[in-house]
Design a protein around this ligand. Structure first.
Ligand SMILES: *Cc1c(COP(=O)(O)O)cnc(C)c1O
Length: 478
């Protein structure tokens, strides 16, 4: 195969120009039209983020004795999270994201059980169906059985009685989310913690998206149900810094209620010809930029900065909830008590409504089971509430015209899944057949019809999981 590297060197300007061009098609998060993926703070925070990240761009936290600066920063960052979400007895580590934090919590539970419950040969984890897929991934990686219990159909919170019934002699840990992502509701962590205590097993609170916001809301005297490491029975907690702490991507903290428990997370091998290898978390080489930017932004904002931002988010969430509820036909799912909310419609297909919002430049996240749209409320949304609500009303009216009552409920699992997948993925796999789906000028009905048409051919291709893997494989050319 011919080398695909460019033959000649380029100038810096040429390269940066090409990058800028490629960026043009990316989500325009700067104008506050997206409701996930990028957690923007104010421009001054962004400057601190960029400069601190650049300053440490080449450093490596693999060896903390070579970079004492990084060790100090990591210690202080974990310390700040400990004070916000735990107590003196807690301990933790920085990781590259909550997925890694969750992998570590599950691996720690497995090692803990091997030592403390040696009779368990086939460990199990009990979770609610709203729990983040990182738990499915962790169980898949580590050979643990994932037992999924349904959420309460009215509140969308974990059903503690269902969890109780799912516990067996092989259960090693229970998981609650604070909050869960789809509807933004906080699971009854106190009850889940008590259940874990009763069975002498571990309990994890996944506070990935919520930890920082909820921790400060609590400090501000706003109503927040107990969710952190001070809840009896909770033994570990995951929190992202690259979401609501506004740090560079690649920063999260995993906390445990004791130093003893954290030791089960560490890895060491002494037999390597290259020397003794010890590593606290899953990664080997760890970029110092994300650690430095986390330290920098958290110190830059401080309690004052975070409280100011989170007051705006609290008020913005409330206004959005209120105004969405005022639109006849739309409703909120459950009673969101975090910075995430979800809504749906009684009188139209919510995914068609999402298509129309998309045409107006809004990037809406699609929930399945039940179909609804998810919004992660950011500070910048404060300034676009009126635009959003106007566009929402218009999109709703248009979607209503296309609504065929009953058709919504015929949608199979497959149809639903296909409709929440990114357009690019679907196009790649289905090629020609789905060209009309991507046509921005075609009305919603045609788009939907296009997708439904395609689904028939996809179903023949086999199980949904296989189709999804194939889609992913097609997305990456090499
Ligand atoms: C985002 C999220 C995760 C995963 O975090 P990553 O940083 O994407 O790895 C886990 N749990 C919840 C509730 C989340 O919102």
């Amino acid at each position: 195969m011919e080398l695909t590297f460019p033959q000649k060197k380029s100038t810096k300007e040429e390269i940066l120009g090409k990058l800028k061009k490629m960026k043009e098609k990316d989500v325009k998060w700067e104008n506050a039209r997206a409701f996930s993926l990028v957690y923007g703070a104010d421009p001054d925070v962004y400057e601190v983020l960029k400069e601190s990240h650049n300053m440490f761009i080449s450093t490596n936290a693999l060896n903390p004795t070579a970079f004492p600066s990084l060790k100090t920063m990591e210690n202080e960052v974990v310390g700040m999270m400990k004070s916000l979400l735990g107590n003196e007895q807690c301990s933790g580590s920085m990781t590259s994201g909550v997925t890694e934090s969750i992998l570590m919590a599950v691996k720690t539970a497995r090692e803990w059980a091997r030592k403390n419950k040696p009779k368990i040969k086939k460990p199990e984890l009990v979770v609610a169906s709203s729990v983040h897929p990182a738990f499915n991934k962790a169980c898949h990686y580590f050979g643990i059985k994932l037992v999924i219990t349904p959420v309460d159909p009215k509140t969308y919170k974990a059903d503690v009685e269902a969890m109780r019934k799912a516990i067996t002699k092989n259960t090693i840990m229970l998981v609650g989310s604070s909050p869960q992502y789809p509807q933004g509701v906080i699971d009854p962590i106190e009850e889940i913690g008590a259940l874990a205590l009763e069975h002498k097993i571990l309990c994890h609170s996944d506070s990935c998206i919520g930890g920082v916001v909820l921790g400060f809301w609590k400090q501000m005297g706003l109503e927040v149900p107990p969710f952190d490491l001070n809840v009896p029975g909770v033994t570990s907690l995951s929190v992202d810094l690259h979401k609501y702490a506004y740090t560079a991507k690649g920063a999260s903290v995993i906390l445990y209620n004791s130093r003893e428990l954290r030791k089960f997370q560490f890895y060491c091998t002494t037999g390597w010809t290259g020397g003794i290898y010890i590593s606290p978390t899953a990664l080997g080489t760890r970029g110092g930029g994300s650690i430095a930017s986390a330290w920098a932004v958290m110190n830059y904002l401080g309690v004052e900065g975070y409280k100011n931002i989170f007051q705006v988010i609290y008020d913005t969430r409330n206004k959005l909830l209120e105004k969405i509820k005022e639109i006849e036909g739309l409703f909120i799912l459950g009673e969101p008590n975090s910075s995430c909310i979800a809504f749906s419609a009684k009188d139209c297909d919510i995914y068609v409504l999402a298509d129309y919002m998309n045409e107006k430049g809004w990037v809406m996240d699609k929930n399945t089971f039940p179909p609804s749209l998810h919004m992660t409320v950011m500070k910048a949304h404060e300034n676009v509430i009126d635009d959003f609500i106007n566009d929402l009303k218009e999109s709703h009216e248009k979607a209503k015209l296309e609504y065929k009552p009953g058709s919504k409920f015929k949608a199979s699992f497959m149809n639903t899944m296909i409709r929440v997948m990114p357009k690019g993925l679907i196009k790649k796999l289905a090629g020609e057949q789905v060209a009309e789906v991507g046509n921005e000028n075609s009305p919603g009905a045609t788009k939907t019809a296009g997708i439904y048409g395609m689904v028939g051919s996809l179903e023949a291709k086999g199980a949904l999981q296989d189709v999804a893997i194939e889609l992913l494989d097609n997305l990456y050319d090499n």
